[in-house]
Every structure is written in C-alpha cells, then in structure tokens.
Design a protein around this ligand. Structure first.
Ligand code: SAH
Length: 217
C-alpha cells in the first residue's frame, strides 16, 4: 500500500465538504481529489490555504481554480481510463495531475514559459509521468496527439476555438468556460460526426484565454 502525501486529512475534508456535498458523484473523480497533494501546486505563502474553498494566485496574474470547479469540469469530461485528454491552460498543473490519474494520456498547453516551468516541477514531484506539457498557443490545439477523447479549456473564451472542435474524437467531450472577460458559463460540447450537442452548467469566472482564437494580449 502506498503512503498518502501529507495533509491527507485536509484533502478528505475538502472532498467531503466542498465537493461531494455539492453534488459531485463520480467516485473516481472524488478519489483523485483525495489523492493529489494540491499544496504542491500552490506557491508559498498561499500553499497554506491550498485546501480552502477558493481559487489562489500562482504568479504572473494567473490562478489555480477552486477545487470544486476542478472536480465539476473533470466529472463533466466523463474521463475513462483509456482516454487521451488535451488541456488548454496548464497553469499550476493541478488539473492535469487530477486527469493523469483518471486517463491514459494528458497533453496540457501553457503560453507563459515560467508558469509552464513551475507546472513541470510540480507534476514531476507527484510522478505524473503520463502528462506532456507543451509551450504555446493552445487555441490552435496540438495536432501530434489528435484525436482527443476529451478537451478541457481552463481559461475564459469568447467562443470555442474551431481547431479544438476539429481535434475532438467521435463521441468526445469538450468542457470550457464561454463568455466575456469577466463572467462565463460552463459549456460542454459532445461530438457526433460533424454535429455537436451542447449543455450548459452554470456561471464561472476564469482568467482570459489569450491567443489566435481567444482574446488579444
Ligand atoms: N488549469 C490550471 C488553471 C489555469 S489558469 C490549473 O489547474 O492550475 C489559466 C491558464 O491558461 C494560465 O496559466 C494562462 O497563462 C493560460 N493560458 C491563457 N491563454 C492560453 C493559451 N492560448 N494557450 C495556453 N495557455 C493559455
């Protein structure tokens, strides 16, 4: 049996009080949130508050999402152990670490070099060996890994970038905060041939997606 990372009591409380209590039911998702040491993805001094019910600063004006939002977006992806998933906006690397437990392969794209470097260090510390970090504009997707069973955009976008819809596998799901630069709604697309069904899952607030098919810098 493997020894859990430190602060496992805080993680158990986080999952019970913030995540399961708000209706997240997928037992694999709940287990992943209990397992991944979120405090290793949050730079000091905020690592103290890593298990609080809030987003936190990670430097360069970017944030690690609130734990509940990570759990909700992960559940909405319907992750399966054979899947390959593309994330746009690596940020701290925490969302990628959660996904790395649930799927076969994760590619995560980050546009800020220093942010990507920190994410790489944290992901190595938790031995997330099936995560590849790519530096660049994620609104263009990443063609070497095509097609993806799941795509998750963790930055606010005015609309779903066309290249990402094209890179989604048949039956695949794409989860994204769509709206303006202040407020967005969580949207889930599911691909059926060249048709996409669309679900809406409530209001959220993310930092902007900057790139060719996002906002200007
Ligand atoms: N998923 C992250 C949180 C993301 S914050 C986590 O688990 O911590 C949003 C991130 O998206 C920021 O780091 C920002 O630099 C990045 N970003 C914004 N536009 C991007 C783009 N076009 N391509 C890749 N990354 C982008």
């Amino acid at each position: 049996m493997t020894v859990p990372y430190p602060r496992s009591d805080e993680r158990r409380r986080m999952v019970d009080l913030q995540i399961a209590a708000r209706g997240i039911r997928d037992s694999r998702v709940l287990a992943a949130l209990r397992e991944v040491p979120r405090h290793l993805f949050v730079p000091p001094p905020y690592d103290r508050d890593a298990y609080a019910d809030a987003p936190l600063p990670i430097g360069r004006g970017q944030t690690i999402s609130q734990p509940y939002i990570v759990a909700l977006m992960t559940e909405l992806l319907h992750p399966k152990s054979v899947d390959s998933v593309l994330e746009i906006g690596a940020g701290s690397g925490y969302q990628a670490a959660i996904l790395s437990i649930l799927v076969r392969k994760v590619v995560t794209i980050e546009r800020i070099e220093t942010v990507a470097a920190h994410a790489r260090t944290s992901l190595e510390a938790v031995h997330a060996d099936n995560v590849e970090i790519v530096l660049g504009d994620g609104t263009l997707g990443y063609s070497p890994g095509v097609p993806y069973n799941g795509i998750i955009i963790t930055a606010a976008t005015p609309e779903i970038p066309g290249p990402l819809k094209e890179q989604l596998a048949e039956g695949g799901r794409l989860v994204a905060p769509v709206g303006d630069r202040i407020l967005q709604e969580l949207v889930v697309l599911e691909r059926h041939g060249n048709r996409f069904t669309e679900e809406h899952h409530g209001g959220v607030r993310f930092v902007p997606l900057i790139g060719k098919h996002g906002w200007e810098d």
